[in-house]
Design a binder for this molecule. Sequence first.
Ligand code: PHE
Ligand code: ZN
Length: 845
Amino acid sequence: MNKLQPIYRKDYTLSEYLIHTTELEFDLTETQTIVTSKISFYKNPKSNKKTNILFLDGIDLELISILVDKAKPDYKLVEQGLEINNLADEFILEIKNCIHPEKNTSLYGLYQSNGNFCTQCEAHGFRQITYYLDRPDVLSVFTTHIKADKQKYLVLLSNGNLIKQINGSTTWHDPTPKPCYLFALVVGNFALKEDTYITLSGNEVTLKIYVQAHNINKTQFAMAALKRSFAWEEKRFGLEYDLDIYMIVAVDDFNMGAMENKGLNIFNTTYVLASIDTVTDKDFIDIEAVIGHEYFHNWTGNRVTCRDWFQLSLKEGLTVFRDQEFTSDLHTRSIKRIEDVNTLRTLQFAEDMSSMQHLVRPEHYIEMNNFYTLTVYEKGAEIIRMVHTFLGEVGFQKGMQLYFQRFDGDAVTIDDFIQSMSDANNFDFDQFMYWYSQSGTPEVSIVSDYNHNDKTFKVFIRQHSQCDYFFPLRFALLDDTGTKLESGILTVKDKEQIFIFNNMDVEPTPSWLRGFSAPIKLKSDLTFKQKIFLVRHDSDAFNQWDNAQQLWLSLILIPSSINQDLFFDAIEKVLKNTFLDGSCVSLVQDKSLICEILTLPSEQFLHQQQEIIDVFEVHDKREKVINKIIERFKLLFSKIYSKLNIYQPYELTPEAVGNRALKNICLYYLAISGEFELAFEQFKSANCMNDKMASLKALIVSDNSYKNIALDGFYHEFKNDTQVMDKYFSIQSSASTANVESIKVLMQHKLFSFNTPNRLRSVIGSFSQNYVNFHNQQGYELLTNIIIKLNQSNPQIGAKLTSVYNHWQRFTPKLKALQKQQLEKILAIENLSNNIFEIIQAALK
Ligand code: PHE
Ligand code: ZN
């Protein structure tokens, strides 16, 4: 097998053999782990292959013994696996092999974190544990025996139910057949937070959260969030949990956010540990979302899984959609939508413009782990959201029910899912499938024409893509008080389409693509004045925000294109109307919305709008607008700040979150204008991490006498808290005062660690987004050296960081050439991992 040969979706074939049961035994010691497997294979009745050869995946394994039906088989070790010949239609394979989790720095397969053992098997980690059919369409019932030194390790966990426990060993049985990527094993010492949940049909489920002992007081929120996930899944989707126990284990060293292993989720501590003193408002809501996400995978991912990895969005797009709905139902829907679309447009649209552009259902991969992307996850979720918009909640749920009726216990494709939606609703999704077979962001333009004589409002829609997408365009036509004259969903399907609205007595202002009803780039003919009107009067909060974003964008990039005074008058009215003069008795989400409206498009988003990315120009232009904002609103910000900065006990209600959000954005602008005392006061008196972080961010906008006092104080207060230390590092790496030298100093810090992805992300990841300070030869060289080091120790994270260069072709000539050199330098190193190779190959193509 040539490691550089991509795997293609079109080459999918059924496995010649399947597995009934898998019995595993782990004997873990400090110097090695012995894995013994007993696997019962049988011929796949649906496969027409008749080779009688079994190829098992296996990487970095030391084979100790192998038996087929108790006898020595005809086998050979091959690259990346093991081949056994002359097999019967049914047989038992027994293998013993040795692995070295204590030396595994890749955090893939079986590895150690803080001395505890844990696993990560998705997508292809199981083959680093033992020889197996490591593919998601081979499902079997697992029984797992675990042996470890009982003096040293008290907690020994695997999937399913605990069926036996005698000193120093446990046996777990998972009755639900599963692919090996959902296997998990945890051995070590943890503190336990325990609770129960009674399902709708009356089953008692034991809930357990395992964390390192010193973190036990930060598990309450996660437990409550888990219970809310169980309840929401029952209420909104009618789905219950299926085992008697649900476990979450939090580890510090983890490549991703969390993993949905059956009955035994393994989480990055970032997404478990929470307390008012250590996480922000956003962190709380993100933690709840990830806990929900992993729980929701139990049905969308585990009970029904993917036939092959090209179908990854089957489980991820759908589960992200579900976790977005969870957060929307529990918090403020419009704000959640604004944040999600902002992420999509900032990061996924950019991915679509990069060398790693790919389909939501990719056609090929070299290293599957490179495809856990914004496109598969976030764009995938947008596609599911469009299905939901077309069918409505009732129709969507009918489709879900049919999907589970048909496929519970199976490994299926995205087509199977869409077909269920289609059949349950008698809705034709054929043309809709372009969303999965075309890459890139569709561009659509819309022009309208009002005729005073015949009172018609005509709308012309035009698609500028290769194919004609099928999508819902949610809209409203508003009169000059913002009242809806007409609203609904237009079904767009042709290259050019005309919609005519009759009996329009006055010329309406259209509000297009409400709630961002399709993941497209929409160019409308709305005038400057109409946009201003929509910022103030659209009843769709998303469009209020979006129109403000468009105006900020124009003001930043082409200041002469809009009338700044008129725009600022409107912003002032938004600020005053909804809040200061009390004329509008606070809609709950208002202050959060105002905060969103006051937030400028990020530099990263602005880069997308440039033909050639000039990081310095974008930065300067954006700074200019920040200064204009301060010039105009400084007094108002002061007023709002002092009105909102009153002591209140911490709550996570929309009202309280909104108060803090608005207060803190005012503080931020005030700090830029030089009011550091205010920020320092807040730093000292804050009663929650949210406000403390906000003040720290305000204090580091530029050099001032409080900056280092605050940073040092923060460090001394929290140096024993790993999670907060990530904030400490990332805030410094993102600071406008950061440079390559200061990053090197951070990397010498005793708390910096190369082997902990969270720490790398907080220092190096953050710095790579610090555009004006990172984009220079020294910045690139620093990053490249880190990538080269990671190529050996953790290629997954190495590949993530390499992706920083995926946009190199769009930069100004000098930076473009420098980035290309970096790619070539990395490509030339010995033993380049598949992970990094794939990214570089795509970038240099
Ligand atoms: N499947 C995980 C999720 O989205 C993500 C993940 C992928 C974690 C691969 C680890 C490795 O919930
Ligand atoms: Zn997921």
